[in-house]
Write a protein that binds this ligand. Structure first.
Ligand code: ATP
Ligand code: MG
Length: 510
């Protein structure tokens, strides 16, 4: 395979490799960065492997480095840190002299070898190795086991990973059975790469069969590691395919068994899909629309409560309260997977209220207000998106754009501060005190007249100015004051209507 010309290798990664080689060490770009580079994709980060030990790496970049790096063209200062047990030293290069707090971190890891694994996860202890070949042998898939030496453009590819990249194949390095027994998370990583790498990627048959055989080993893996892979799958452009692939490989039941329980559970005459497929279709829509991770997860879990609440059978089956049960289940699932508290709360709310009822002309402002109060103004847009995903996921061709626009209009309408005397810098009690009046309709008239004047000129909403004006108004005969009030009332109503027309126009509703 020719070296790629489209993606430029990070200058800082090159600098690290040059510095290490000048000091007599071997150093290569490895792992996901080589894979992405060969696929013409910008890698998320540049990882380097070397035969230097962590201490030696730190020495290269700390002490002797300044002169050496200056010779290689680097100006400025850098930091190294070594805070783990895996031989990875981070070298932090400032991104620009203007923002010294922002760094590009190049991770440099000492060559590692196979070591003993127990409990089907991380190796018990890490052992350094002498050669890049040994280091590549402990990596998970052939496409991730390629090393690149950018100085002489040499590629080291003992497991023919380049062929697998060309053919879009995810294949374990060596014996898949053994590799999954060493670290069971690799099975989920296989599915993650299949989803993340894009269209056409497939897991090779032997690797696939080994996942199916060993899927239950996944229960030994920490929930945090499962969560991180799950997030990557759901964030990919093949999120729904990824979840289905987890199911097919027998992994889903060790991650979200509640989701799998909906498999084959028929709904009713309103639905063409079973519960599981409907959740997946909703996720697929959210993915197609590039909705946020929270919306995607809420779409995936929105009907998770259906299998438990199903009553009756056939086309008249019901699922009363499934949104309440579903919200509880969502909270449990996400807590179990150690999601952030803030995300758990939001997604649970989206599931709880996904079923809100809305029919133009039927739903009153009060129930819209209640919905906003329950879900929070900041979550309203996202709830509408989950609703669209639910609808399109049911097999409806459209997301009912008119109705949704109308709902958005209603939400804005009830969220706006109403035009009222409350906006004034003075209230009825103060007026009574200042003008020495008893409670009477006159107070209301005065408020309305002042309101109309303030709406026309907001500068007039000043306490002193209002008092001055009140003193003028109170001198008028009662009939004249009432006339002024009636005119003002008409004008305020007109303004309200004008505002409403503007909001309606914004959402294209009648
Ligand atoms: P991404 O683009 O998501 O960063 P990546 O391939 O770089 O993908 P990482 O998790 O960053 O994935 O891991 C970097 C490299 O380390 C992998 O490419 C692989 O070579 C190796 N690796 C990571 N996790 C494992 C594992 N569990 N078992 C074996 N090798 C692994
Ligand atoms: Mg990576």
């Amino acid at each position: 395979m020719n070296l790629n010309k489209k993606i430029e290798i990070s200058a800082n990664a090159l600098l690290c490799i040059k510095a290490l080689t000048q000091e007599g060490f071997d150093a290569f770009i490895v792992g996901g960065s080589v894979r992405d580079y060969l696929m013409n994709k910008e890698p998320t980060d540049w990882d380097i492997a070397t035969n230097a030990t962590p201490e030696e790496i730190q020495n290269v970049f700390n002490k002797g480095a300044i002169k050496l790096l200056a010779k290689l063209g680097f100006k400025g200062s850098l930091k190294t840190f070594y805070e783990n047990d895996f031989g990875t030293v981070g070298v932090a290069f400032p991104i620009s002299p203007l923002s010294p707090e922002e760094y590009e971190v190049i991770e440099i890891t000492t060559f590692r070898s196979e070591s003993s694994y127990s409990n089907y996860r991380h190796p018990d202890k890490v052992e350094w190795s002498k050669t890049i070949e040994e280091d590549l042998r402990r990596r998970d898939f052939t496409i991730n086991a390629i090393a690149l030496s950018p100085i002489d453009s040499k590629i080291i590819d003992p497991f023919l990973g380049q062929n697998d990249i060309k053919n879009k194949i995810i294949r374990a390095v060596g014996s898949p059975n053994e590799r999954f027994n060493e670290d069971a998370l690799r099975m989920m990583r296989a599915v993650r790469f299949e989803a993340v790498l894009g269209q056409g990627w497939k897991i090779e048959k032997e690797t696939k069969d080994a996942i199916k055989r060993n899927s239950s080993l996944l229960k030994n893996i920490s929930k945090e590691r499962l969560r991180d892979e799950l997030i990557k799958i759901i964030s990919s452009s093949k999120a729904a395919e990824g979840i289905e692939s987890l199911r097919v490989h027998g992994l889903l039941k060790h991650i979200i068994p509640e989701l799998e329980s909906g498999y084959g559970v028929k709904q009713n005459k309103h639905h063409i899909y079973d519960c599981y497929s409907h959740n997946l279709e909703a996720l697929a829509y959210s993915t197609k629309k590039n909705f946020s991770l929270e919306i995607r997860i809420a779409s995936l879990l929105h009907d998770i409560g259906k299998p438990l609440t199903k009553a009756g059978d056939g086309e008249n089956a019901t699922f009363y309260n499934h949104e309440v049960v579903g919200a509880k289940m969502t909270k449990n699932i996400l807590t179990r997977l150690h999601f952030k508290k803030k995300d758990i709360e939001k997604i649970t709310l989206l599931v709880r209220y996904h079923l809100f009822y809305y029919n133009i002309d039927e739903v009153k402002e009060a129930s819209i207000r209640r919905l906003i109060k329950n879900i929070g103004t900041e979550n309203v847009e996202d709830l509408l998106k989950v609703r669209m995903a639910d609808r399109v996921g049911s097999g409806c061709p459209k997301a009912e754009p008119y109705k949704l626009r109308h709902l958005k209009y209603m939400i804005e309408k009830v969220s706006k501060d109403p035009i009222s005397a409350k906006m004034l810098k003075i209230n009825g009690n103060e007026i009574m005190e200042i003008l020495n009046l008893k409670p009477s309709p006159t107070i209301g008239w005065l408020l309305e007249i002042i309101l109309e004047e303030v709406l026309n000129n907001p500068l007039k909403n000043d306490k002193d100015a209002i008092i001055k004006r009140l003193n003028e108004l109170i001198l008028l005969p009662e009939s004249e004051l009432k006339n002024l009030y009636l005119k003002a009332k008409g004008k305020v109503e007109e303004m309200e209507e004008r505002e409403d027309r503007k909001t309606k126009k914004k959402y294209w509703v009648k």
